[in-house]
Design a protein around this ligand. Structure first.
Ligand SMILES: Nc1nc2c(ncn2[C@@H]2O[C@H](COP(=O)(O)OP(=O)(O)O)[C@@H](O)[C@H]2O)c(=O)[nH]1
Ligand SMILES: [Mg+2]
Length: 195
């Protein structure tokens, strides 16, 4: 199978409103998930770069949609949802950005829906996955921060989250941006979806 040359990863642009988004001219991989779930860290790991995507020490800071371009494929870092400490108005802006993005006619090759492997499915995770199913969008559930659990516990949590989210286990990937677990598998699923 052809591979994506991640060494070509570059920051494209950051957008604060849906109207600013550039025309969809390439395949797109979108990354969604709660604030602090590990979206930026995962993208850096996939890109093989330490700091191309800013990992925020203060959660909830990424209030923009960030586009990255890699070997003819766009990676879209969506704003993290569900950060408690922002104003209603700011939360509304994020929700509008995310739904506005999915309302556009873009080429959604695959949406990576990130979920923290350590916890039960949260309300907003259920909403996100429910939305992706409803819209019939191709998606994978990427379980993050697996390095925080033993292998046995990882399997237990993956099974639990599979049930809670109503997503078959083979549509879920267990990953860690610390150890690199699951990253090769994720890359081949992305290549399958885009090439
Ligand atoms: N142990 C561990 N920590 C992680 C992992 N991924 C992210 N983090 C940490 O979780 C925090 C939030 O990560 P970030 O990538 O900014 O999340 P985002 O808000 O979803 O973009 C940071 O402190 C990261 O270092 C992981 O796979 N393992
Ligand atoms: Mg981020």
């Amino acid at each position: 199978m052809a591979l994506i040359n991640y060494q070509l990863a570059r920051f494209e642009a950051s957008y604060g409103t849906v109207e600013q988004l550039p025309e969809p001219t390439t395949p797109e991989v979108a990354v969604a998930g709660r604030s602090n779930v590990g979206k930026s860290s995962l993208l850096n790991k996939v890109f093989g770069r330490k700091n191309l995507v800013k990992v925020s020490a203060t959660p909830g800071k990424t209030a923009n949609i960030n586009f990255f371009e890699v070997d003819g494929i766009r990676f879209v870092d969506l704003p993290g949802y569900g950060y408690a400490k922002v104003s209603m108005k700011e939360r509304e802006r994020w929700a509008n950005l995310i739904s506005g993005y999915f309302d556009q006619e873009r080429s959604f090759n695959v949406v990576l829906s990130l979920v923290d492997i350590r916890h039960e499915a949260q309300k907003l995770d259920l909403e996100m996955v429910g939305f992706l199913k409803e819209q019939g969008l191709p998606f994978l559930v990427v379980l993050t921060k697996a390095d925080k659990l033993s292998r046995g516990k990882q399997n237990q949590q993956a099974a639990l989250l599979s049930r809670q989210l109503g997503v078959p286990r083979d549509r879920m990937i267990v990953t860690s941006s610390e150890t690199g677990q699951g990253i090769d598998e994720l890359k081949s699923r992305i290549a399958e979806a885009c090439l």
